[in-house]
Design a protein around this ligand. Structure first.
Ligand SMILES: *[C@@H]1O[C@H](CO)[C@@H](O)[C@H](O)[C@H]1NC(C)=O
Ligand SMILES: *[C@@H]1O[C@H](CO)[C@@H](O)[C@H](O)[C@H]1NC(C)=O
Ligand SMILES: *[C@@H]1O[C@H](CO)[C@@H](O)[C@H](O)[C@H]1NC(C)=O
Ligand SMILES: *[C@@H]1O[C@H](CO)[C@@H](O)[C@H](O)[C@H]1NC(C)=O
Length: 388
């Protein structure tokens, strides 16, 4: 430390004036210097205290002015700014800006406010929601414990009235092509928009042909009490499973890590963020999982989450669907199919694991239902489905 001053000689050296001042005069100069420093410290001390004492008097006129047109305290924002949901779901952010904003995550627990966790229902649809009246009954009376987001064709304008749960819940959307990355983009857009509401804790993807097959409380508690998220991720050795793997995916995705599953998922907040922040797997799936060899919506999230968070997955979907009729598309059920017996079979036909225990409650939603199914479903909902 060259700059350290050790003695009077050093001071003289430092000042570069050792040869100009005789030692006696230098002592006088040093004394004078000390006096000046002392005085200015005292001055600063007094100024601070005098100002502090004078402050209320100085600012009082300002306070007086503003209190006549709304108090100054009201202009200070509290925690509310961060805890209440955005007033509108539509915004001007680009996808990139939205994902950046949506990836903000608090690191401090517990939440310092009474947070009621919500289920975000994300409707992926081309346009109308013909089964909306059924969903309205499902949601009725559960305000504050759910939120709704609708992704439709950009040209589609829903005309729900202001008393509907779907009123103004259509997010800014883009065209999504089935089996292509634009479909996963739409799902990520739904997740990112839903993440903007800090109270959303569970995120469910549903379509216009899905119906809830349990009451709201059963559904809510199923997610709340589960230690895992409901993403179907299986290792299918057949041509539609491993057969779709491309070795160009290495090293991000190894052959044995390749998974397949239903597009319809439920994830918690942590996994939702994991999905929207991904830049590692996205380019590989975008390039090497394309129709008609591969359908990215059946592999991307499933494989990525199986690698990144295997213990967080139940490896099954809570959305029932019937592939038994064969073909490229699952069965669609219309008016003639809807009976109490059919619905009961969907509700409890299977057994599965829930928190490591066997259960017959494996499904909370079912698809696909045609618009003509609405009427009989509305009739049976109160007795069979537990709502309405
Ligand atoms: C919405 O529009 C459709 C046709 O575009 C119409 O059949 C329906 O009655 C409208 N609903 C409301 C609530 O205005
Ligand atoms: C659902 O749960 C809420 C909160 O726990 C409770 O207030 C409400 O009564 C329940 N509703 C039904 C139908 O059980
Ligand atoms: C789901 O599969 C992963 C492997 O991909 C495994 O580690 C995990 O334990 C499975 N979850 C359950 C609930 O079996
Ligand atoms: C669940 O049931 C199956 C038979 O259906 C049985 O083999 C298995 O041990 C059971 N698992 C648990 C955790 O009880």
């Amino acid at each position: 430390m060259k700059a350290r001053v050790e003695s009077v000689e050093d001071v003289k050296e430092a000042l570069g004036q050792g040869r100009v001042f005789p030692t006696g005069m230098f002592k006088v100069f040093l004394g004078f210097l000390l006096l000046v420093v002392g005085l200015s410290v005292l001055g600063m001390y007094m100024a601070r205290h005098t100002l502090a004492a004078a402050a209320p008097a100085l600012f009082r006129p300002c306070l007086g002015d503003s209190s006549t047109s709304g108090s100054a305290e009201e202009e200070l924002e509290g925690l509310e700014r961060w805890t209440r949901p955005p007033p509108r779901v539509r915004h001007a952010m680009t996808d990139e800006e939205l994902r950046w904003r949506a990836s903000f995550a608090p690191r401090v627990r517990p939440y310092p406010f009474p947070r009621v966790p919500k289920v975000a229902f994300m409707f992926l649809t081309r346009g109308p929601l013909p089964l909306a009246p059924l969903w309205e009954r499902f949601f009725r009376g559960n305000e504050g414990r759910y939120s709704i987001y609708v992704h439709a064709l950009p040209s589609y304008r829903a005309n729900f009235t202001s008393d509907s749960v779907f009123y103004q819940r259509q997010i800014v959307s883009k065209v999504a092509d089935w089996g292509q990355m634009t479909l996963c983009d739409a799902e990520r857009r739904l997740l990112a928009n839903a993440l903007l509401d800090i109270s959303n804790e569970w995120f469910v993807l549903v379509s216009e042909s899905c119906i809830p097959i349990s009451g709201f409380n059963t559904t809510y508690e199923y997610f709340q009490n589960s230690r895992q998220s409901f993403v179907m991720a299986i290792d299918d050795p057949g041509p539609y499973g491993r057969g779709r793997y491309d070795y160009n995916m290495m090293p991000e995705v190894e052959f044995v890590q390749w998974r397949k599953g239903s597009q319809w998922f439920e994830v918690d907040r942590e996994l939702a963020i994991q999905i929207i922040r991904d830049t590692r797997y996205y380019p590989k799936f975008n390039e090497f999982c394309r129709p008609h060899h591969c359908y990215v919506d059946e592999h991307y999230f499933h494989t990525m989450l199986s690698i990144e968070a295997p213990q967080s997955l139940a490896n099954r979907s809570v959305t029932w669907v019937d592939w038994s009729r064969g073909g490229a598309h699952p069965a669609t059920f219309g008016r003639g199919d809807i009976t109490e017996e059919f619905l009961r079979r969907v509700q409890t036909k299977r057994t599965c694991l829930y928190n490591n225990r066997n259960t017959t409650t494996c499904f909370l939603f079912a698809r696909k239902f045609a618009p003509s199914a609405l009427e009989p479903l509305l009739v049976l909902a109160p007795t069979v489905l537990g709502y309405g």
